[in-house]
Design a protein around this ligand. Sequence first.
Ligand SMILES: Cc1cc2nc3c(=O)[nH]c(=O)nc-3n(C[C@H](O)[C@H](O)[C@H](O)COP(=O)(O)OP(=O)(O)OC[C@H]3O[C@@H](n4cnc5c(N)ncnc54)[C@H](O)[C@@H]3O)c2cc1C
Length: 381
Amino acid sequence: MDLTLSPADEAFRAEARTWLAAHVPRTPLPSLETEEGFAAHRVWEAELAADRWSVVSWPRVYGGRDAGIVRWLVFEEEYYAAGAPGRVGQNGINLLAPTLFDHGTERQRARILPSMASGEVVWAQAWSEPEAGSDLASLTSRAVRTDGGWLLSGQKTWSSRAAFADRAFGLFRSEPGTSRPHQGLTYLMFDLRAPGVTVRPIGRLDGRPAFAEVFLDEVFVPDEDVIGEPGGGWRVAMSTAGNERGLTLRSPGRFLAAADRLEALWRSRADPSDTALRDRVADAVIGARAYQLFTYANASRFLDGAAVGPEASLNKVFWSEYDIALHETALDLLGPDGESADTDWSEGYVFSLAGPIYAGTNEIQRDIIAERLLGLPKGRR
Ligand SMILES: Cc1cc2nc3c(=O)[nH]c(=O)nc-3n(C[C@H](O)[C@H](O)[C@H](O)COP(=O)(O)OP(=O)(O)OC[C@H]3O[C@@H](n4cnc5c(N)ncnc54)[C@H](O)[C@@H]3O)c2cc1C
């Protein structure tokens, strides 16, 4: 497999680099987990979108550049290398959009994608429930048929950034009493400010109201906001999850940039005789490069028509564990105060600890790898 980029890809890289150098805010924006930061990041999304850098791989008609998956990876590398702001629209762009490309109608795509690309409408993922996390199919929030649509009731939780987002997408039980829990679920989109919706931020230890619980009490959703067939939501949801784990959530650019920063930290701080730490820095640099090549190889398989399969679970376990190891190495380089100092590294470390939990816990990913890739017998549940 030839992973060399074409001259046209390199020209695209240069164009992205030039644009980012001219536009990335010199002072970092406030945290996007706060109201002020959320608003500032929306403005950044609009700036990206105005020059078609928000969603480079999408068709032009929705605000993209039709650039394809390889150039998206290239753009991500440049984006993180430039130290550009986090993407407040990522749940919509990385999760809902691929779902709409696979299962939505043309009318839905035309209605939803442009405002998602520009940050005018920011989406939250409302899947988890107090009693349905890993075992998502045990969810109990309901969608009941009514004239022209559905009435949603129930409770969702751990919805990232729902405190400030505009709309959400999630799974609801529309046919109670089916013989299997995965059946009779419907994938719906709803407005977080509609009558009957209560959004309650969940306080974090750092005081930032990043997550929210979402309570729904007979919230009306029109038929046009169902994705796929009513009752067929599980299949739609699994394509969202595959995209999240497989490619879109954590592109290699993020880790290449972090490994570069780690190497710079090593050069500025390290005791050269500490070969154990040096080896960990080298592992981080090699790991980022390996993940990059693995991802380009996957992209090339997708371009040849392969679908995202259970291999996505390998990806998810790799990047989440890699991220923790990289941050632990940085904190060790910073010395005894590393963890408590208010640096990007200490904040990144705390966030990295969540990696093995969100997007499906790593224990569940290992189950998938064991059963579906290695063909091992199912464990007792
Ligand atoms: C930073 C972050 C952001 C998140 N954002 C969102 C969001 O935007 N939207 C959303 O809907 N949810 C979100 N979540 C929730 C996340 O999807 C759930 O936390 C996750 O699915 C696990 O569910 P749970 O917390 O209920 O844990 P549980 O499912 O109760 O699991 C508890 C423990 O048991 C283990 N376990 C459970 N079942 C098995 C099994 N069969 N085999 C082996 N081990 C098992 C798990 O691995 C875990 O270690 C987020 C979570 C985090 C940490």
